[in-house]
Design a protein around this ligand. Structure first.
Ligand code: ATP
Ligand code: MG
Length: 270
């Protein structure tokens, strides 16, 4: 990952759910409707992050909208708050869908975004959005989100292979909940606190190996030199090393994997 991408994510991280970094002449919005989180990224005309919101929400499953009204209400509130903070109407937006999503499901995502008052100027696929921020045209983008792990192989800037497997961040939490006999939400909070993660590694390692096996199975047969991890669960302590050892490939984990795709979506707005 090039430095520019890391810097963009760092800047974005500094303003998510906080105050806007600056005013701009024109704003471009990226909406990422995820299984675990809804993220809105706002960049200026030059693609510099200026503001953002993240909310935990259960309105999407496996990248597809399952609760239209809930998604619309959450997004509308997030967009309204951003407009107030920026003192400006936000209009131009891009949204994303998993690669291979059909026309009907893409439309559902677009309708949610338009119901929030934004106008959709572009619909991109998630790995292509991530690749923009990663600064890559080749390699495997592995998105370990809430519900699923999405594996995409890029060649020459195009997605040439894609798969989605139902193991994601939620499964790590379920393993912890089972191991420590805790309710899901408590286990989730323990997992998210990065100072606990080293201690949790032995408990989570088998699930990391599962994600690694899944990844290895899908990228086999492609000339992949590096694997780029994005999505919130990529941040887990130890995951990068487990993958790199087992796959024998370079594994790149950005400092803020949760923000790579949302920022890439905003950058995909013309
Ligand atoms: N620092 C962290 N360490 C470990 N896990 C994290 C961290 N931050 C977020 N997560 C996990 O990442 C997951 C959410 O990631 P993300 O927002 O990328 O998913 P999503 O886009 O909502 O879901 P999907 O892509 O599956 O639709 C959750 O399971 C959350 O617990
Ligand atoms: Mg996601």
């Amino acid at each position: 990952m090039d430095l520019t991408g890391e810097k963009l994510c760092e800047k974005f991280a500094s303003c998510v759910n906080s105050r806007p970094l600056k005013r701009a002449a024109r704003y471009r919005v990226g909406v990422d409707l995820g299984t675990a989180n809804v993220v809105v990224a706002v960049v200026d005309e030059d693609g510099r992050p200026v503001a953002g919101k993240l909310k935990r929400a259960q309105v999407v499953r496996d990248g597809l909208v399952v609760d239209f009204v809930g998604a619309r209400d959450i997004l509308t509130k997030m967009v309204r708050e951003l407009c107030e903070e920026l003192g400006e109407e936000l209009v131009d937006a891009a949204c994303a869908v998993p690669p291979g999503t059909g026309a009907a499901d893409s439309k559902a995502t677009m309708y949610v975004v338009e119901a929030s008052g934004l106008e959709v100027r572009n619909i991109v696929d998630e790995p292509s959005a991530a690749a923009k921020v990663l600064g890559i045209t080749d390699g495997a983008v592995v998105d370990i989100g809430g519900g699923t792990t999405g594996i995409s192989v890029l060649r020459g800037g195009k997605v040439v292979y894609t798969a989605d497997e139902p193991t994601g961040g939620t499964h790590f939490t379920l393993v912890l909940a089972g191991h420590f006999n805790l309710p899901f939400d408590e286990a989730e909070n323990i997992k998210l606190d990065e100072k606990n993660q080293k201690r949790l590694f032995p408990v989570l390692k088998p699930t990391m190996e599962k994600v690694t096996d899944i990844t290895g199975r899908h990228i086999r047969g492609f000339d992949v030199k590096a694997v780029y991890l994005v999505g919130g669960a990529s941040a887990l302590y130890g995951l990068k090393d487990v993958m790199a050892d087992a796959l024998g490939l370079e594994v790149v984990v950005p400092r803020y994997p949760l923000y790579v795709t949302p920022l890439g979506i905003a950058l995909s707005c013309p």
